[in-house]
Design a protein around this ligand. Structure first.
Ligand code: NDP
Length: 497
């Protein structure tokens, strides 16, 4: 089928969503559009399924999630081909994405009981006559709304942890990658055929909005900051809790003692993998004066070698409208006095954007302040690390970041206003299943991955149990003035000195 709109633009035909390749415009698949009433029905069905799933306990869920992991690992190539066809991502990048998702399924399945299971916690001297018990119980049904840029890694970062915690999930994939989303759901149904524990609803943004209002117990959203605000507003109507993984404008800081070859290599990867369509992609670099020129040369040399095309290092831009944003950012940077040392004003040739490196771009340029989501990078010179940090931290976004250096690198990373940072690498925190993933400010809040990621999909349930008579009874109408006086005396002895 030839698309009437730019290649890659999804279209609704009748009651189906047609997904097309951004490279060729060919149809990659179609899924039925879910009506608002059907979204509510999906949530109702998920609620029943979730009760069954929760009842399996940690052992039953672990066993089934590990079966899903096995199936994902066995069919990696098939899934990667689909990601490539539907989103345009190079197959090798798609495989790396799947590897990361598989790792998260494995970790969530294996660690849910340890992190969330029932345990005794210590009592304190006040109320020593009670034992304390804690466990983390599932919310019920989680609505997961995902983006198109990492159509497996991002939703699985929520789905695997939500399922491991004992929830059912209703998943709304991006309209740009519905077929990959459906593939994930179908593969899960192969290993858990009994009940619709993981289901998909499809359509445009209105279907995501309907999901927020369909009675789910929590929404885990990954996407742009603008949509995150709409999701939060919709969820506010029913006090539905939200987890928001939104946009970013991550910076790399290069210190004077950095290994410049390694820094340039990681910078080009961090900025240009998946054609720069990465929420934690490096979009800005701040480099101290003594190593600035050498660093720029190395980045340009490496980025200049990247190939662009349907089966190259840099694939097409998945969302055709993003090409205008990329073009605007480049033109604005040049108009404000920035210099293109690679690529530049003719870099956008639909459906591709070619690698572009801009230097000395004023800090108020769109290319420095707004998410570009293309294979572009600004590199600016700074006198000191403090100046680098001030500039890196100046935006309302705060997702990830990277530091290259030796002596001070970790200390610098800790001062980045972001939820994550990698030292002497880029993006690596995303694949570390033991570490939480999430941002600050306009990059969102809440965490997926790691122990925090499991707790995000469960609520703490606290139970106290009497184990003896109260020596200092206070929470009873039977208390005497003498009991209260002894309590006050005891607390003054304990805490008043
Ligand atoms: P969008 O915000 O456009 O869409 C995200 C999802 O929300 C899609 O499934 C979309 O559906 C849906 N949606 C759209 N409107 C609404 C609405 N009113 N209510 C509920 N859901 C809605 O983001 P993109 O898909 O363009 O993804 C790119 C963005 O995601 C970038 O900003 C990127 O930084 C961010 N991102 C953040 C990550 C993180 O972990 N922090 C990871 C990956 C990406 P539809 O597609 O059908 O419109």
């Amino acid at each position: 089928m030839t698309a009437v709109r730019p290649p890659g633009t999804p279209a609704i035909q009748g009651d189906h969503l047609i997904s097309t390749s951004p490279a060729s415009g060919d149809e990659t698949g179609r899924v039925p559009v879910t009506t608002p009433v059907d979204v509510e029905r999906a949530v109702e069905r998920a609620r029943t399924a979730g009760q069954w799933w929760a009842g399996l306990g940690f052992t039953g869920r672990r066993e089934r999630l590990l079966r899903w992991r096995r199936l994902l690992a066995q069919r990696m190539e098939q899934l990667a081909d689909l990601i490539h066809a539907e989103g345009g991502k190079p197959v090798a990048d798609a495989l790396v994405e799947i590897v990361t998702a598989v790792e998260h399924v494995d970790w969530a399945a294996r660690n849910a009981r340890r992190v969330l299971g029932p345990r005794r916690v210590r009592s304190r001297l006040v109320l020593a006559e009670f034992s304390a018990h804690l466990e983390y119980q599932p919310h019920g049904v989680i609505g997961v709304i995902g983006p198109w840029n990492y159509p497996v890694f991002t939703p699985v970062g929520s789905i695997a942890y939500a399922l491991a915690a004992g929830n059912a999930v209703v998943f709304k994939p991006s309209e740009y990658t519905p077929v990959v989303g459906q593939w994930l759901v179908d593969s899960f149904a192969e290993v858990v055929p009994e009940h619709p524990v993981l289901t998909a609803v499809h359509g445009l943004g209105d279907v995501g909005a309907a999901l927020c209002r369909a009675g789910v117990d929590k929404v885990a959203f990954t996407g742009s900051t603008a949509t995150a605000k709409k999701v939060m507003a919709a969820c506010a109507e029913s006090l539905t809790p939200v987890l928001l993984e939104a946009g970013g404008k991550d910076a790399m800081i290069v210190d004077v003692d950095a290994d410049l070859d390694a820094a340039a290599e990681a910078c080009v990867w961090g900025a240009m993998t998946n054609a720069g369509q990465t929420c934690i992609g490096i979009e800005r670099a701040y480099v101290v004066e003594p190593v600035f020129d050498a660093f720029v040369d190395k980045v340009v040399e490496r980025a200049g070698r990247l190939t662009v095309g349907p089966d190259a290092d840099i694939g097409p831009i998945t969302m055709p409208s993003q090409l205008d944003v990329i073009r605007r950012h480049i033109e604005d940077a040049l108009a404000r006095g920035g210099r293109a040392v690679l690529g530049g004003s003719d870099a956008v040739r639909p459906p591709y954007a070619h690698p572009t490196v801009l230097v000395e771009v004023p800090e108020d340029a769109a290319a420095v302040r707004e998410e570009t989501f293309g294979p572009t990078l600004t590199i600016n010179r700074v006198r000191t690390i403090d100046e680098a940090l001030t500039r890196a931290n100046a935006l309302s976004y705060g997702l990830g970041g990277s530091v290259f250096g030796h002596q001070r690198a970790v200390a610098i990373a800790r001062r980045l206003r972001s939820g994550m940072a990698s030292v002497n690498s880029t993006l690596t925190f995303a694949g570390m299943s033991t570490l939480p993933f999430g941002g600050v400010g306009e990059s969102g809040f809440g965490r997926i991955h790691g122990e925090d990621g499991l707790r995000e999909f469960a609520r703490a349930k606290s139970v106290t149990r009497r184990r003896g008579r109260s020596l200092l009874p206070s929470t009873t109408f039977d208390r005497t003035p003498n009991d209260v006086a002894r309590l006050v005396k005891a607390v003054k002895l304990l805490y008043g000195r």
